[in-house]
Design a protein around this ligand. Structure first.
Ligand SMILES: Nc1ncnc2c1ncn2[C@@H]1O[C@H](COP(=O)(O)OP(=O)(O)O)[C@@H](O)[C@H]1O
Ligand SMILES: [Mg+2]
Length: 250
């Protein structure tokens, strides 16, 4: 099943033509990696899926993006609902300066439609799903900022999961982490694809190879190649993909 479909997606920041005719189908409940040299438009593409570029000055965007059966660029789109449905985790862990509990409960408390008891059980379930519960269950009310970088990143994942997302966008989520915390997040991605479709931008080719079902290779704003990771890695169709994978540029 296709979860996200882009058709003739073009995006400009002023004169800079950042995404060029991107046509892409992202499969439901799979891990899709987006790779490519720095500046090729990976983050920008990822951010179109929950309209995080909307704030950028001189943004011009054309084409369509469907998430499920919804055209997310239609005028009536409710952006806070979209961002709950399409959650995002960034390179640098960004917990709120609040307690561990409040970080995860935040979105639920904003909605204001859950009882205290429901909030607690969703917080617990989300922390368990993000593999953080056992490490924090005895200090739920201490500051999130006191956690290690890897724990903070899993907390950000738990915060996203509390909103029952259908898609999780991860933009280089491990590039600020040590190898052990990185391995944990990679395994977590594999475990989470039962419940959510995952898109991960990474500059780490080996990481894309380890965890993704599909790989998208971008170059200068173009989606050069897209396919099953195994095929893209072993028999790339495009010379530029091959060059990137073998480290000729990057
Ligand atoms: N907020 C922004 N305002 C203007 N230009 C931007 C902004 N963010 C990114 N760009 C430009 O868009 C292009 C793609 O950037 P980006 O998507 O961040 O690349 P990548 O994630 O692949 O390194 C670059 O030329 C970058 O300078
Ligand atoms: Mg980026």
């Amino acid at each position: 099943m296709v979860k996200i479909r882009t058709s003739n997606l073009n995006l400009h920041f002023g004169d800079n033509h950042v995404l060029r005719d991107v046509n892409m189908e992202i499969q439901e409940k799979k891990v899709t990696a987006i790779i490519g040299p720095s500046g090729c438009g990976k983050s920008t593409l990822l951010r179109t899926f929950n309209r995080m570029n909307d704030f950028v000055d001189k943004l011009k965007i054309s084409g369509t993006i469907m998430v499920g059966d919804k055209d997310i660029y239609q005028d009536k789109m409710d952006l806070s609902r979209l961002r709950a449905k399409v959650g995002m985790v960034f390179q640098k862990p960004n917990p709120f300066p609040k307690t561990i509990f409040k970080n995860v409960a935040f979105g639920l408390e904003v909605q204001g439609k859950h009882s205290k008891c429901e909030v607690f059980s969703i917080v617990e379930e989300s922390l368990r799903a993000a593999w953080l519960w056992d490490e924090v269950k005895d200090r739920l009310h201490s500051p999130a900022m006191a956690l290690s970088g890897g724990q903070q990143q899993r907390l950000c994942i738990a915060r996203a999961l509390a909103n029952c997302p259908e898609v999780l966008l991860l933009d280089e989520p491990t590039s600020a982490l040590d190898p052990q915390s990185t391995a944990k997040i990679e395994e977590l991605c594999l475990a989470l694809k039962d419940r959510v479709s995952i898109l991960i931008v990474t500059h780490n080719i080996a990481q894309a190879g380890r965890i993704s079902d599909y790989t998208a290779f971008m170059y200068l704003g173009e989606l050069v190649e897209f396919g099953e990771t195994e095929k893209v890695f072993t028999v790339p169709k495009d010379k530029r993909t091959e060059a990137y994978l073998t480290g000729v540029f990057g």
